[in-house]
Design a protein around this ligand. Structure first.
Ligand SMILES: NC(=O)c1ccc[n+]([C@@H]2O[C@H](COP(=O)([O-])OP(=O)(O)OC[C@H]3O[C@@H](n4cnc5c(N)ncnc54)[C@H](OP(=O)(O)O)[C@@H]3O)[C@@H](O)[C@H]2O)c1
Length: 261
């Protein structure tokens, strides 16, 4: 297929980090494909993008990614676009002791944070692994490297995102692929995350955390990661500093104890 334009896909673009990241890419002249469930928020974002640069193409996809078949359907509908960057950002948290957790919410979190992210990563890698300049950026969390009290299931999903994406980056490098896989690991960021994770209508980040980043700051960190040749963009939960590093997990790439091929 002959493509004429390139696009950046952002899942979870209707608020928070995804919303700010879409505007940051628009300022760099990137065409955007915006994915989330709330159409009116995506339309509002489209207007903002057009006011940044009226020549940009914006595609809106209203989809619930916690339903498995929707993830395949979304990718199929995007076959006609050349996607230079895919950002799996849609996700949510859940602050609650395990014994108090609601099954439906926990399973839906696992479906979105793990299942949808894995399927969309697989589809993107299968199609774009040999395309120079392509990037897959998965949004994990500082809680994807450190276990946070009362958020253990959420942290479990994010440990998955971190280790899966770091592992994928090793695999792509080891096999000489062109595609880069990267992890962004934010600490507290002022978004709708706090409301969703605590099942509340209002959430005060000043009271709850005191120290946090804004979603615009996080979008700039994401761009730093995008521009770098490092694998992980990590925000320290203690110092709130941002650092770009290679993988943070051990990798048994050269071990003689690996399965012999
Ligand atoms: N904020 C933080 O402190 C923090 C810290 C570490 C990591 N993170 C991670 O950063 C990412 C972005 O979160 P955020 O902080 O920006 O929170 P947010 O403001 O709540 O944004 C979450 C986005 O995900 C979308 N989403 C939720 N459920 C969805 C579904 N079933 N299908 C499709 N889209 C869905 C939401 O859109 P709709 O509701 O319109 O579908 C929204 O656009 C998440 O992966 C989160 O885990 C956040």
């Amino acid at each position: 297929m002959m493509y004429t334009k390139k696009y950046v896909v952002i899942t979870g673009a209707s608020s928070g980090i995804g919303y700010a990241t879409a505007k940051a890419f628009a300022k760099r002249g990137k065409n955007l494909i915006l994915v989330a469930r709330r159409e009116e928020k995506l339309k509002e974002l489209e207007q903002q993008i057009k006011s940044i640069d009226s020549t940009l193409e914006v595609v809106i996809k209203v989809v619930d990614l916690s339903v498995e078949k929707n993830t395949y359907q979304l990718f199929e509908q995007l076959e006609k676009y050349e996607i230079e960057t895919w950002i799996n950002n849609a996700g949510f948290g859940y602050y609650s002791m395990l014994a108090d957790q609601n099954f439906a919410k926990t399973i839906s979190m696992i479906r979105l944070n793990i299942e949808a992210l894995t399927i969309l990563s697989m589809l993107y890698v299968k199609k774009y692994q040999d395309v120079e300049g392509s990037q897959l950026i998965n949004i994990s969390s500082a809680g994807g490297y450190t276990i946070v009290p009362t958020a253990i299931t959420y942290c479990g999903t994010k440990f998955y995102v971190s280790s899966f994406t770091e592992g994928l980056d090793h695999e792509l490098k080891d096999s000489g692929a062109r595609l880069k896989a990267k992890v962004l690991a934010p600490a507290a960021t002022q978004t709708e995350f706090g409301k969703v994770a605590n099942n509340v209508e209002r959430y005060d980040y000043d009271k709850a955390f005191g120290t946090y980043h804004t979603s615009d700051q996080m979008a700039n960190f994401l761009l730093e990661l995008y521009d770098s040749d490092k694998t992980v963009g990590y925000v320290s939960r203690e110092k709130f500093s941002f650092e770009l590093t290679g993988g943070r997990f051990d990798y048994s790439g050269n071990s003689s104890n690996n399965q012999k091929s």
